[in-house]
Design a binder for this molecule. Structure first.
Ligand code: 13P
Length: 254
């Protein structure tokens, strides 16, 4: 049997505490506990604990959008793994393209974060993806391989139940331009192959999400793409109607 698909909402820098609590509460009311998809909310840091606290017993996951690899110290503006754990967080997005391209996060930093997060028991949601320039110059496969090998360097094994990869082509993020089913299938196949070559059967079982302009209209065709185990969603995860619709579409496919 297939693993349950994953629908993760990356809110980026959107929603106050009050807006976040009300949004998650509304989703809780609409989506039955038994829904056949793992739903993960990734709000800004300030809303993490209030949302965990407001949800009480719940089937949803909560993820942070970033973390620092050091346990504590003079790192103004940063957040540690223990701080996230004490807020009740289960997942951490690592290496999102906005961290890489807007904030200059390197593969080296990402690798340190991956190691620290895995050791802590939190689940990394490791993002990779090529730029438009990479794609146009035929470098997509090589870029994905380099991001995976550098990001996961030094790991001798991996638990596929405790690790998630998100393939997010940079040119499809927030642009309304989605990768085609064929492009997604090719990239996911490449990623699975690279993970399998690094970690054998465990690598091949790591869930791989697609992200990049997923919305209520395209979710049905994209979830049918071979090798897609769910979605990492930005804009469409901020609205009740679209997010619920996507969750239901993905769950129905399971
Ligand atoms: P959009 O769904 O807004 O394109 O964002 C995707 C994304 O970056 C999720 O992490």
């Amino acid at each position: 049997m297939k693993n349950m698909p994953i629908v993760a909402g990356n809110w980026k820098m959107h929603k106050t505490i009050e807006e976040g609590i009300s949004f998650v509460g509304e989703i809780q009311n609409r989506i039955l506990d038994t829904v056949e998809a793992k739903v993960i909310f990734c709000p800004p840091f300030t809303a993490l604990y209030p949302i965990v606290d407001a949800m009480g017993q719940h089937p949803f996951g909560v993820g942070a959008q970033n973390v620092h690899h050091e346990s504590h110290g003079a790192f103004t503006g940063e957040i540690s793994i223990d701080m996230l754990k004490s807020a009740g967080v289960d997942y951490v997005i690592i290496g999102h393209s906005e961290r890489r391209h807007v904030f200059g996060e390197t593969d080296g930093w990402i690798n340190k974060k991956i190691h620290a997060v895995i050791e802590s028991g939190l689940i990394p949601l490791f993002c990779i993806g090529e730029t438009l320039e990479d794609r146009q110059s035929g470098q997509t496969s090589a870029v994905l391989k380099a991001q995976i090998e550098l990001g996961l360097s030094g790991l001798s094994e991996i638990n596929p139940d405790q690790f998630i990869v998100a393939y997010e082509p940079v040119w499809a993020i927030g642009t309304g331009e989605t990768a085609s089913v064929e492009q997604i299938e090719t990239a996911h196949k490449d990623v699975k192959g690279i993970l399998a070559s690094l970690f054998e059967a465990n690598g091949a079982h790591i869930p791989i999400l697609y992200g990049g302009s997923v919305n209520a209209d395209n979710a049905k065709s994209l979830i049918q793409a071979e090798g897609v185990d769910g979605f990492l969603i930005g804009g469409a995860s901020l609205k009740i109607e679209s997010f619920c619709h996507i969750i239901e579409t993905v769950a129905a496919h399971y």
